[in-house]
Design a protein around this ligand. Sequence first.
Ligand code: AMP
Length: 211
Amino acid sequence: MGKGTQAKVLMAEYEIPQISTGDILRDQIARGTALGVKAKGLMDRGALVPDDVVNGMVADRLGQADIVSGYVLDGYPRTLAQAEWLDGRLSAASTELDLVAVSLRVDEGELLRRITGRRTCAACGHIYNIYSQAPAVEGRCDVDGSELVQRTDDTEEAFRARMKAYEASTAPVIEHYRAKGRFAEVDGMESVTAVTASIDVELSRLRGWEI
Ligand code: AMP
């Protein structure tokens, strides 16, 4: 976790878009689409949305022009079926992707604090944490003064379900990319800046860059 924050930092650093399946789903919910209505129940329980739905969303997003110089995938692929679908799609398009699966390791107590403390600006999406990165004025965004909201799936119950889904479905994704030599683990207990620095090092190593 902390992946949303890190994905936004990488997006700014490399000037490439962030593709967050969680954000796309939340947007569908906010717009009240049929997909959003179906996804909301699953998300509020901390369960995963079916692979074909999520793959379809990613297929649409990868069809847009702004991804030509690269992109950061955030929260995807989360299951082996998604990873295999993505691999197939990329090799069919003969695109060489510097795909890096980064797992942000944090302990459960810390994760719970991050999740129950998380608040997001309703207007610009800036992420705060009431325990560790509180806004200057309670409940208001430092950037634009808009209201800060709490995600409906940021409850302890949903968190426990998400941890289970992670162990059952996402852990095999790590082994999949480890076998391809594309996996890096960074220490998510560090500060935001230190985690970004570790990701940069791993990215450079996997892409064969000198740093
Ligand atoms: P996130 O914003 O990445 O924490 O995702 C929030 C919720 O959206 C997850 O708990 C899932 O219910 C759903 N979700 C996001 N990405 C995926 C995905 N790749 N596969 C299945 N469900 C997802």
